[in-house]
Design a protein around this ligand. Sequence first.
Ligand code: LMR
Length: 340
Amino acid sequence: MTKCLVKRTLFFLLGAIMVATAAGCGGASDTKKADTGKKISVKFSHVVAEGTPKGQAALKFKEILEKSGQFEVQIFPSSQLYGDKEELEALKANNVQLIAPSVTKLVGFVPAFQLVDMPFLFKSDQAAYNFYDGPKGQQLMNTLKSHGMLGLGWWPNGSKHLTNSKRPLKTPADVKGMKFRTQSGGVLDEQFKALGAGSQTMAFGEVYQALNSKAVDGQENTFNNIDTQKYSEVQKYMTISSHGRLDYVVITNTKFWESLTPDQQKIFTAAMTEASLFERKLADDLNNKSFEKLKSSGKMEIYTLTDADRTAFEKAMEPVYAKYADVIGKDYIEAARNSK
Ligand code: LMR
């Protein structure tokens, strides 16, 4: 366990240094970097509640970075400042300097990020972490550079599960005819299509209302998002399916990054590395706590897929691979599948 953590920490540091070095090259002129004594303002916008792994890690990052005395970090949680689509546009315009979207939401820039949505792909949380920290994960993160964005770290959340207001979902046939909210991208639409269900893409901030008004019947998310968004108030059933993942990449604007001195970039990178390690440890913990809370509240009827059920879902969702393997890249899929 400790050995594992040390290994992960090393990977992380290495990845972060590589990002910082690569981004630092060809950076800003020294005049731009003159120390005016004024603190550098960093706005961090995200869509989830503060009590989530992302919300807590953003606060941790602020705490660490501000200790340097050189930065002032403002955090805007719960889509207060921008929703899903707007936060990406705001980052590109440098109106915010940090966002941490679910990687699915980057599909408009790099379709390969939908890798995370491929059904039943990673063997475990650890396999996902190892993929992100390995060469293929770093390669994927670096694809953002050609879009004026710089990935600074992977912040995994965890496995997704299905909730709905209609009936218990035990077999693929139970899903037929329902309509689910999706985050974005064709893979998730295809996944529900493979189960004979419909889907509608919708910003995270609109999901509760859509479930409440029955504009959609269900959604898929981590235990912690289901809990902190209070979906159990408007959903009667939850199936523990772990059929896919929800993970984030922390992104900054390249121009902002290049306006920092090498020293400031180092401070920023170190704070991000520490916040990222904190986030990973927390994600597991908060998802477990949320699951216990959802269970003990008794508001939703909970069903856990058996091995046989799981195999049936895996088989039903198999067509997603035929359709999306080339869009995403077989090399990414292979690496993710083989990750341990
Ligand atoms: C969602 O839209 O369901 C998630 O991406 C929200 C989040 O950021 O966890």
